[in-house]
Design a protein around this ligand. Sequence first.
Ligand SMILES: *[C@@H]1O[C@H](CO)[C@@H](O)[C@H](O)[C@H]1NC(C)=O
Ligand SMILES: *[C@@H]1O[C@H](CO)[C@@H](O)[C@H](O)[C@H]1NC(C)=O
Ligand SMILES: *[C@@H]1O[C@H](CO)[C@@H](O)[C@H](O)[C@H]1NC(C)=O
Ligand SMILES: *[C@@H]1O[C@H](CO)[C@@H](O)[C@H](O)[C@H]1NC(C)=O
Ligand SMILES: *[C@@H]1O[C@H](CO)[C@@H](O)[C@H](O)[C@H]1NC(C)=O
Length: 443
Amino acid sequence: MKLFIMFCLLTLIYFMNITIVGSIKSNDIRNHLGSRTPYRFRSNKNDSRIKFPNCKDSKIWMVIRHGTRLPSKKDIVAGANLVDLKFEILLQHENGKGPLSKEQLRRLEEWKDQLDAEQDSYLTLEGQDEMILLAERMQKRFPNAIRQRYDNKTFLFRYTATQRTQQSARFFTNGLFEKKDAQDIIFAPATKVDIILRFYKHCDRWQKQVKKNPDTYTEQRLYGHSSEMNKTLESVSKRLGLNRVLKLGLVNTMYKFCGYETSWDKHFTSPWCYGFDEESMKVFEYYHDIKAYWVDGYGYDLSYRQACLSIKNMFENFSEDKGPHATFLFTHSGTVLKLLTHMELYRPPAPLTSSFRDDGRKWKVSNIDCFGSNLAFVLYKCKTGDHVLTLHQEKIIKLPMCKHELCPLDYLKKYFKNSIYNCNYDDMCGLEKKPNATQKTSV
Ligand SMILES: *[C@@H]1O[C@H](CO)[C@@H](O)[C@H](O)[C@H]1NC(C)=O
Ligand SMILES: *[C@@H]1O[C@H](CO)[C@@H](O)[C@H](O)[C@H]1NC(C)=O
Ligand SMILES: *[C@@H]1O[C@H](CO)[C@@H](O)[C@H](O)[C@H]1NC(C)=O
Ligand SMILES: *[C@@H]1O[C@H](CO)[C@@H](O)[C@H](O)[C@H]1NC(C)=O
Ligand SMILES: *[C@@H]1O[C@H](CO)[C@@H](O)[C@H](O)[C@H]1NC(C)=O
């Protein structure tokens, strides 16, 4: 009896922990961390098998952004500026002055800039967990498409030439298979140029006309100088007890570190979140969402047209019985956003601009492109023909061009015929031809 009570108590604590760690209240500032949002806030813990009458899950094709990683080199360098800021804040709080509590000051005092620039962008322990758990849940949902036993003909794992995607793939397979299978797993060799996993990286026209085009950043720059942003910089500075107004660059670094440090460690509150309230978080979230919209989203048609290179691969795989049954592609934020856009998901009614922040917008990177973000297509063989089910962040979604969640494959292939048959890398990405092919969405 005692043992039983103990067991119940432990189970209760275990589940309470999951709910505390896994989901957060709607007014929590950590809902607005943008692309640095940890996957545990967005994942779907319901891993019941997904069944449809007279249908069987037969193939899966899934794109996964790497899990939580360390900051980039650029962010690590910028993070060094937080050391001076830390001492300035502590100085302003000497002799019991200032708005931060004793506990907050203690945490800030303990904070150290201890990142190694050599390990920039490496996958973290939390990122490993994200991948293991994601794999376990996906296998439970689709046990026929994702078998328990590894087989080099039915599984395909592919990653880009980076540590974070390679490690994400490894830990994902640890979630799928027994340890003894692990050394047999074949990973497709990573290549510097990979037009399926990271089509934009070497797309010259996109690099020139979008990524390196100053116009792309106009709306973000304007928002950075808006009175809304100025008020935010004042309020953040005030909340930290400073008697000067911090510059956009430094507060942006604080915002990023608040995100990174929240992601890395479930049990640690980053002191760099102390400066923000819900409103100021929303402002910084929007500041980054504008950029994602113009660089990787609906801003320029070339950005999302290129994603045909990837989506075509899915249709090819689903159209034949041969080929892998389970394809897992480990890649980056830029690929996930362009794919979502190609599928016409999360399209805002109007371009994102500096003059109007719509908090109800669908285009929110915190939701659609957090660490570990994933888009899965599952082929169901049904009595009534082949159908495709789409899941984003492990939740079933309805594609806007489909009537139902389970959408006929033939209909999708017709709808996306340009993506399949009219998708030529050289035509899209070459600089010499069609100089005016990149259309900007009008503001
Ligand atoms: C869990 O997912 C299954 C399959 O999608 C669904 O039928 C069930 O209602 C879900 N359970 C809960 C508690 O949401
Ligand atoms: C794939 O697995 C089979 C056994 O199931 C093995 O004979 C074959 O060598 C493997 N292929 C490669 C490329 O390792
Ligand atoms: C915001 O502050 C910057 C720098 O202090 C200034 O150049 C800009 O004019 C301000 N914007 C508004 C709308 O007040
Ligand atoms: C499925 O996709 C992989 C690459 O991800 C490709 O090598 C393979 O040929 C495709 N299979 C089919 C049947 O199209
Ligand atoms: C731009 O493209 C249009 C067709 O979309 C074409 O009629 C026009 O001649 C092109 N302009 C230039 C300068 O190439």
